[in-house]
Design a binder for this molecule. Structure first.
Ligand code: ZN
Length: 335
């Protein structure tokens, strides 16, 4: 089986991607070839972060070199989308960090429009706003309210930030209001935090898209809750490995979740920090997670199933994948 050819031929969704965390390295290199001349230690394949704050501080330090205006978001997003298209990605859900609105003092809507307008032909892009657990500040609150009420191109919201922080008084009503305004609801949960955070995201925030959800492996009740509510887990194994959410590859629950009949998708999270591509994520599933090509097909289909796409578009994608499956059966990817 020529796995890499199969992975390339497979139409893929990318459903868990932080825009700032997807900054292509060449932007830094072009900006300051002296300082950013060679790839840094943290982009080495074998590198693993000591902690979430270690990861976050390195990412922020570099991102702030490049993201200064809405135009910068446009250029970076254009480059990211072009790269995804070259990997045969057809659908992308990406989030930008609401905290940047306050930090850069740029209207959030301008950031949203810049990213949205960067989407090329034949790539469907949905833009989410990532909101930290403690982001409802005096400065940001009115922007956030405006966003879910009036920003037409905002696909949805995603809860970000350290999982040990509890929900604040604004959180649940805010997610409810977003739902009323037809926004797609996501939350990061069960990455570093316990399975109870996943339960809380599902029952209290009403999300049906959990980002990571690794900790569901620790609780039968959480697994049942996920199944009963048709929750989909947007998983990123390389991120989990490099952030030491898992100690060894054999601990990663993706294969187990698929066997349990749970909807999982496959994404890259923060490719700037992990130096991973979506194709590498798929290959990694075969090489490190004991998965089969049929599992990869399932992951891609799941992503299109939960995608914010019309039925005709989904049918076309499924037909294309089914044709590929037939070609696999006929031996197209055999040695
Ligand atoms: Zn994430």
């Amino acid at each position: 089986m020529k796995n890499i050819e199969l992975i390339r031929a497979l139409p893929k969704p990318e459903t868990h991607l932080h825009l700032e965390g997807a900054l292509p390295w060449h932007f830094l290199n072009q900006k300051d070839p002296h300082r950013f001349g060679k790839e840094p230690f943290f982009r080495n394949n074998s590198f693993r972060y000591d902690s979430f704050s270690h990861f976050e501080s390195i990412l922020i330090e570099h991102a702030l070199e490049i993201f200064k205006s809405a135009e910068d978001y446009y250029h970076v997003a254009s480059s990211i989308f072009k790269n995804l298209k070259s990997q045969n990605v057809r659908y992308v859900e990406t989030s930008f960090h609401a905290g940047m609105i306050e930090f850069l003092r740029i209207p959030g809507k301008e950031i949203l429009e810049a990213i949205s307008s960067a989407s090329p032909d034949e790539l469907e892009v949905r833009v989410f706003m990532g909101i930290s657990r403690n982001a409802y500040t005096e400065y940001l609150s009115s922007e956030l309210d405006q966003a879910i009420e009036n920003w037409e191109n905002l696909a949805g919201i995603d809860l970000h930030g350290p999982e040990e922080l509890p929900f604040e008084s604004w959180t649940i009503p805010f997610w409810e209001k977003a739902k009323k305004n037809d926004r797609i609801l996501k939350a990061h949960a069960g990455e570093f935090g316990p399975s109870s955070n996943i339960d809380q995201a599902i029952t209290e925030l009403g999300v049906r898209r959990v980002q990571h959800g690794v900790a569901a492996r620790d609780s039968e009740a959480t697994l049942n809750l996920i199944k009963e509510n048709n929750v989909c887990l947007d998983m990123c194994p390389i991120s989990n490995y490099k952030l030491k959410v898992i100690n060894t590859w054999s601990e990663h629950p993706l294969k187990f979740f698929i066997e349990e009949g749970i909807c999982c998708t496959l994404s890259t999270d923060d490719p700037f920090s992990f130096n991973n591509t979506l194709e590498e994520e798929y290959l990694n599933c075969l090489e490190k997670l004991n998965m089969e090509p049929t599992d990869l097909i399932k992951l891609a289909k799941n992503g299109f199933e939960v995608a914010d796409l019309n039925l005709d578009k989904k049918k076309d994608l499924f037909a294309e994948i089914n044709k590929l499956v037939q070609e696999i059966d006929e031996g197209r990817f055999s040695e």
